[in-house]
Design a binder for this molecule. Structure first.
Ligand code: DTR
Length: 340
């Protein structure tokens, strides 16, 4: 099924669910608790789909006691306002990307280093487990209700990139921990928010993009970017949080459902993103725009690994200087990454 058909179907499903819930609300008593849930990007993106899934499950599993009102697309709060917006009570739940702001989330940003995660399902599981084990101080004001990651970013370019030499001086859009990755490999990283990217690609302001590959279809980048280099780089981390005091005031049965969903949602989202969202986009891009996958030679692959390893080593030194147990954190992340 094409992505546009999927989103239309999702929209229709959501619309009929809304009609149904209105109908039910008219018959039964209204929900006892309403939670506002804000996200900075559109509902059709994979974090947005995760939000809808969570909202539906919440309602179902509390037998309608909890109603979740969703605010996607930055209608309530943008990416960087999200954390303070939750603390200030503008929203009950806020979903944003901690790895956009490594200064604020110094320990969990370690997951967004070039660690060779194979997919979002693996990285999401590791993020959830390692956060529960280490309880990073950066989340101390929050109750983390869901965590997951994008798949690792890949280079998507106008001209094929088969080596560091091909990347030399190339302007590539990247964010967060992706910036030093592109620069270390000889490219020239350009930071910009995702909504600005299609125009920057069209006009040649950037000659490539490094992020998860569903954007080829979701932002129609495959019209100009015909090559994907098959080398997984860095993931983006996502967290949905509530203010801790607000969370503590919820009834125990509701808290229990929130806990239960937290343990499940990273796998649901990883599976959706890896197997439907990204796979669908790659198939669509190949069929509609002749997208080609560029394989690195074994030698070049090893060279890239070697070029990027110092970024991990430096991060550990910096984290340890801040008293953050960076070495233990990364060692555990790597151990969990390799467990199936
Ligand atoms: N924002 C990305 C990370 C990302 C990848 N897919 C989505 C979808 C919705 C929001 C964010 C993302 C980046 O800026 O590269």
């Amino acid at each position: 099924m094409l992505r546009s058909q999927i989103s239309r179907r999702v929209f229709t499903l959501a619309a009929s669910a809304a009609v149904l819930s209105l109908g039910l609300a008219a018959q039964a008593s209204a929900a006892e608790i309403t939670l506002k849930y804000a996200f900075f990007a559109p509902e059709g993106t994979f974090p947005g789909q995760q939000m809808l899934h969570w909202a539906e499950e919440m309602k179902k599993r509390t037998n309608g006691k909890v109603e979740v009102q969703t605010f996607p697309g930055g209608t309530l709060l943008g990416a960087r306002e999200m954390w303070d917006g939750v603390t200030m009570g503008i929203t009950d739940i806020g979903l944003s990307a901690p790895s956009y702001d490594p200064g604020r989330f110094p320990l969990s940003s370690g997951i967004a280093l070039p660690l060779g995660f194979p997919d979002a399902t693996t990285a999401s599981r590791v993020l959830w487990e390692v956060t529960n084990e280490f309880e990073p101080k950066e989340f101390e004001r929050f109750k983390v209700i869901a965590m997951f990651t994008s798949e690792p970013g890949y280079l998507m370019t106008r001209e094929p990139v088969r080596s560091e030499a091909d990347l030399k001086g190339m302007r590539v859009r990247a964010t967060g921990s992706g910036v030093p990755v592109i620069n270390a490999l000889g490219g020239s990283a350009v930071g910009m928010a995702m909504p600005e990217v299609p125009q920057a690609v069209q006009t040649g302001v950037v000659q490539g993009v490094m992020t998860s590959r569903e954007v080829l279809q979701d932002f129609r980048l495959a019209e100009n970017l015909k090559y994907v280099t098959d080398y997984p780089m860095v993931v983006t981390t996502f967290a949905a949080v509530m203010d801790k005091n607000r969370y503590e005031k919820l009834p125990d049965d509701v808290k229990q459902v929130i806990e239960e969903l937290g343990d499940e949602i990273h796998a649901w989202t990883g599976n959706y993103h890896d197997n439907k969202n990204v796979q669908g986009a790659l198939e669509w891009s190949a069929k509609e725009h002749g997208l080609q996958v560029v394989e690195l030679s074994g030698e070049e692959y090893g060279k890239w690994d070697k070029t990027l390893q110092p970024l991990v080593d430096q991060w550990i030194v910096e984290a340890d200087k801040k008293g953050l147990l960076g070495d233990k954190y990364i060692a555990r992340v790597v151990e969990l990454r390799d467990q199936q």
